[in-house]
Design a protein around this ligand. Structure first.
Ligand code: BV8
Length: 238
C-alpha cells in the first residue's frame, strides 16, 4: 500500500447498519417498508407530500438514537493519520461520518439534517420535523419564509450533488474503496469502473458480494465494523 497517495472511499447504507440504521435492500430494509416510487421520487412527493415528509421526519428523528460504529471511527482515524489525500463520498444521508470525527465528507445524495426550499432553492441546516404541525402549517423556509421545504435528499431521477468534484477525485485516485453498498444505484454504482479505467486499484468491503463485486480488483466479505478498521490498519501500517 506504500504507493497510495490519493484515496476515494464510497460508503453506502451498509456502513451504518451496525449503528442500527436500516439499509434499503436487506431483509426488513427501508424499501420493504415503503415503495421507492412513493417516498424517494419527486413524483411521489408531489402525489403525497405528507407521506414523504413523515418518512424523512421519522428517519431524521431516529438519528438521535444511533451512534457511529467502528467503521465510521476507523475512516475518521484514517483521515487524521493518512499523509495523502482522502475523500469520503457517501450515499448516506445520516450524519454518522461527521459524528465519528470525519471532516471531508461529500454527501452525494444529500442529508437528513438539511432542508431544501422548493421556492428559493436555499439549502438550510435542519433537524426538526418538516411535516405540518397541529395547526396544519408546514415550517417556513429560513431564507424566504415560504412554507415549501422538502428534504434535502437526492431522489431517483434527480442529479446527485457535486458530481464534478467526485469525478475530479476519481481521476486522481490511486485507490478506490467501496464500503457497504449494493452497487444497485447509479451513478455511484459506476464509480468503480470509472476509477479502474483511470488506473486506480479498487477494493470492495461489504457483508456479501454486491452487484458490482466483479468490477473490483479485490472484494472482501464481512461486517464493516471488522473489515474497515483492519483495512485502515493496513493502509496506515504501510
Ligand atoms: C440520476 C435517497 C441522472 C436518499 C437514494 C444509469 C446511469 C445513471 C442513472 C441511472 C442509470 N440507470 C438507472 C438510473 C436511474 C437511477 C438508478 O440508479 N436506478 C436504479 C434503481 C437502477 N439513478 C438515479 O435516479 C440517480 N440520479 O441518475 O440522475 C440525471 C441526469 C440528468 C438530469 C437529472 C438526473 C439518483 C439516485 C439517488 C437516489 N436516492 N436515496 C435516501 O432516502 O436515503 S438511493 C438509495 O439507494 C441510497 O441513497 C443509496 O445511495 C442507494 C443504494 O443503497 P445502498 O447504500 O447500497 O444500500 P443497500 O441497502 O442497497 O445495500 C446495503 C449494502 O450493505 C448491501 O450490499 C449489504 O450486503 C451491505 N451490508 C449490510 N450490512 C452490512 C453491510 N456491509 C458491511 N457491513 C454490514 N454490517
Amino acid at each position: 500500500m506504500t504507493d497510495i497517495r490519493n484515496i476515494v472511499v464510497l460508503t453506502g447504507a451498509g456502513i451504518s447498519a451496525e449503528s442500527g440504521i436500516d439499509t434499503f435492500r436487506d431483509a426488513g430494509g427501508l424499501w420493504e417498508q415503503h415503495r421507492v416510487e412513493d417516498v424517494a421520487t419527486p413524483e411521489g412527493f408531489a402525489r403525497d407530500p405528507g407521506l414523504v415528509l413523515g418518512f424523512y421526519d421519522m428517519r431524521r428523528a431516529a438519528l438521535g438514537d444511533v451512534r457511529p460504529n467502528d467503521a465510521h471511527r476507523a475512516l475518521a482515524r484514517l483521515e487524521k493519520a493518512f499523509d495523502g489525500k482522502l475523500l469520503i463520498v457517501t450515499q448516506n444521508v445520516d450524519d454518522l461520518h461527521e459524528r465519528a470525527g470525519a471532516r471531508n465528507v461529500l454527501h452525494m445524495h444529500g442529508e437528513l439534517n438539511s432542508a431544501l426550499c422548493n421556492i428559493c432553492g436555499t439549502r438550510s441546516p435542519w433537524n426538526a420535523p418538516m411535516s405540518a404541525d397541529v395547526h396544519g402549517q408546514r415550517p417556513e423556509c429560513p431564507a424566504c419564509e415560504a412554507r415549501s421545504l422538502r428534504p434535502d435528499v437526492v431522489w431517483f431521477g434527480e442529479m446527485p450533488y457535486q458530481m464534478e468534484r467526485i469525478y475530479a477525485a476519481l481521476r486522481e485516485a490511486d485507490l478506490f474503496v467501496s464500503i457497504g453498498t449494493s452497487g444497485a444505484v447509479y451513478p455511484a454504482a459506476g464509480f468503480v469502473r470509472d476509477a479502474r479505467e483511470l488506473g486506480a486499484r479498487t477494493l470492495e468491503l461489504n457483508l456479501e458480494r454486491s452487484e458490482g463485486s466483479h468490477w473490483f480488483h479485490e472484494s472482501r466479505q464481512g461486517r464493516a465494523g471488522e473489515l474497515v478498521p483492519a483495512w485502515v490498519d493496513e493502509v496506515l501500517g504501510s
